[in-house]
Design a protein around this ligand. Structure first.
Ligand code: SF4
Length: 199
């Protein structure tokens, strides 16, 4: 997958999809330092089980309050819809592509609804995501919706973001989100499916 090029211009306003509070700290700071006014957007029906979802949402709200980030929350926990879309892809990397697409499509729709012309995602800070795949999906979704996608490789700030989010007392999760990732994180190695890349 080709290496994405960073966006040469950071727009004044960006709807920033937030996967969790800890991952948001670094991208929010970077966008602000580039002169942008990010608005956060929570939509993560991929997170299982529901109690884990609630912990992450609370952490996201706490982060937003701590750093003064305007936050839009879409809290319909569309478990069945989510599974219907990702299950056909099984254990392969395409499952994550569809998972990214679900969340970024919702982000693009929210951006259109509130009149913002650009989207991005805090998933770009995580070294555990399939970075190039994620950037390609996000760029495609934004283009389909007539929006721009703000791409920055924020991974160098992942550790610093963790330090800052611990100082804020935010909850830190142990796995990506879906039940498959929970299994892949905690099951003994001989039970895990063979996968391309890590999530
Ligand atoms: S591993 Fe993460 S990105 Fe991949 S499908 Fe599961 S929650 Fe989504």
């Amino acid at each position: 997958m080709p290496e994405p090029a960073p966006s040469p211009v950071i727009p004044g306003e960006v709807l920033l999809h937030i996967c969790c509070g800890p991952c948001a700290t670094w991208p929010v700071r970077q966008l602000r330092e580039a002169g942008s006014r990010p608005v956060g957007f929570w939509y993560n029906p991929n997170v299982h089980p529901y109690r884990e979802y609630m912990l992450r949402l609370q952490s996201c709200r706490a982060m937003a309050a701590a750093v003064g980030l305007p936050l839009e929350v879409r809290d319909d926990y569309a478990l069945r819809d989510y599974l219907t879309r990702v299950l056909p892809f099984g254990a392969g990397p395409e499952r994550c592509s569809e998972c990214y697409r679900i969340r970024l499509e919702a982000t693009a729709r929210k951006a259109q609804e509130i009149g913002l012309g650009a989207i991005s995602t805090t998933l770009l800070v995580s070294p555990y995501q399939q970075h190039e795949r994620l950037a390609a999906v996000a760029r495609q979704v934004a283009a389909e919706c007539g929006l721009s996608f703000v791409y920055q490789d924020w991974r160098a700030g992942f550790r610093q973001g963790r330090v800052e989010s611990r100082a804020l007392g935010l909850y830190h999760q142990g796995y990506c989100g879906c039940v498959f990732s929970e299994f892949e994180r905690y099951a003994p190695g001989d039970k895990r499916p063979v996968r391309e890349g890590r999530s």
